[in-house]
Design a protein around this ligand. Sequence first.
Ligand code: XMP
Length: 564
Amino acid sequence: MDKILILDFGSQTTQLIGRRIRDMGVYTEILPGDASLEGIIPAAGEGGDRFRGIILSGSPESVYSSAGAAPDKRVYHSGLPLLGICYGLQRMNFDNGGRVEPLPRREYGGVEVRIGPSAGNGGLRDGAANPLAPRFLAGFDPSLPLTAITAGTASADTGRGFTFTAWMSHGDTLTVLAPGFLEYGRSAAGFPAVVISGSKPWFGLQFHPEVTHSERGLEILAAFTFGVCQCKPGWTMEQYIEEVRRLLQERVGTNPALLLISGGVDSTVAGALLLKTLDPGQVHLMYMDTGLMRKDETRTVKAGLERLGARHLHIIHCEDEFLSALKGLTDPEAKRRAVGDLFITIQEREVARLGLPGSCFLVQGTLYTDLIESGKGVGKKARLIKSHHNVGSPLVEAKRKAGLVIEPLDRLYKDEVRRLGRLLALDEDVVRRHPFPGPGLAVRILGEVTREKCDILREADAVYIEELKRRRGPSGESLYDEIWQAFAALLPIRSVGVAGDIRKYGWVLVLRAITSSDGMTAGVYPFPAKDLLEISTLITNTVKDIGRVTYDISSKPPATIEWE
Ligand code: XMP
């Protein structure tokens, strides 16, 4: 399979580059910007897998500061096509003898870029110097549709110049081009925006094509992937299923496999994969009902897994233990710790009780994004923890040491997991489900958690979510599908109200609804007022302990998505 390697220098949008290219059918892998590439390029991988090009991502750092990581020098000797994006371009220029200096004023947001003969010391007509330049510039040519570019043979009409809006965010610029580099595009303020090597298959953009605000962004990435690197699309979910099923069969063999199920999309998809690949008699699924779950969660999870053919479904009812552990706690961190610690204790106890042999595999629903530290941690590929289920768990650590952990979704993004779930015939309700935090309602009930408050919040949240699923949004989809994550939270205060002629003190409920692509940042969902008002009335009419409903209008940052 043809693949593109992305070197991550810490930009917020590195993940997006990967997703955009994968969505066009080409597999991408992200490695830390300064990772050693020995044996990775240009060596061919298993099954004929090979990298056909390398993208150097953006970064919050400067190439001339000590914090600005440099790639393995093999990148420049590999003979592979390179695409430098923002810092990636500055890096290529700097590492090859050019100069990079601070701009008098940052270029930020939508910037007009002109490409063409008058752009700088290069120009479209010089494309002949680098035979791949017209293929790359096809991405910029407004007369070429994406389908023509993904076919891999499109060339730009080099007789014309193009102007388009590109999204930029940089404080440094190329002041002296490296020997052999030519400027093909220039920003309205007069700084290099598109740079191409005259003799090597190297290309550079001072803007971010992966961001939707860049016109022709997708086409430019396609021109690099298909036109320059000549990748053939080979990344399909059907193929992934085949591959991962083969891997599971080979590694697990006839041994038992244990999966801890949370009820969310990832672990459910992992469960479905196991049940459809192994003999269901080998598959042990464990789910803890902590009492901090959404309404009807345990029943729905159980029914869903039984429909998938689960034979050993271990549902642990531990509501009382969790409520006792949370008794008297009001500090958010203390609450999180109490839930996390108890999770581990119960997990160890229950797994021991099952008496599974030492050869039992542990399967986890870890995603690709869980493995890669986003943003600042360049150079340190951290194995982040999926959820609090796994934090410091001795069971997970012991299994990992013994080579008995399998993470069948660890090459997938969230939206790919959803696609996989659909192919595995999971219920649409499960596939589209909003994320839910591991500590559950404990972080959505501010202050002390009690059984009574859990019941009130569960009820109010269910009314809210049901209404979101029932109502259409401006796009024609349900409000639930337009929103990335929605939930209700219960504040530790009562306010005055009237019910009939009687004064009543009801709890204050907060509704949250956000838009996001990965939960790292989030915007407030701009609710149609009518829906918000009607939902509020419905909640106060049906959940008698709620006296007042409010809507949280804070984005992330500065707020977080959850309240605790
Ligand atoms: P915050 O509140 O940090 O949430 O903006 C970002 C996303 O992560 C979810 N979240 C968690 N998920 N265990 C989880 O598995 C946790 O402890 C946890 N805390 C927050 C949150 O719901 C949102 O989707």
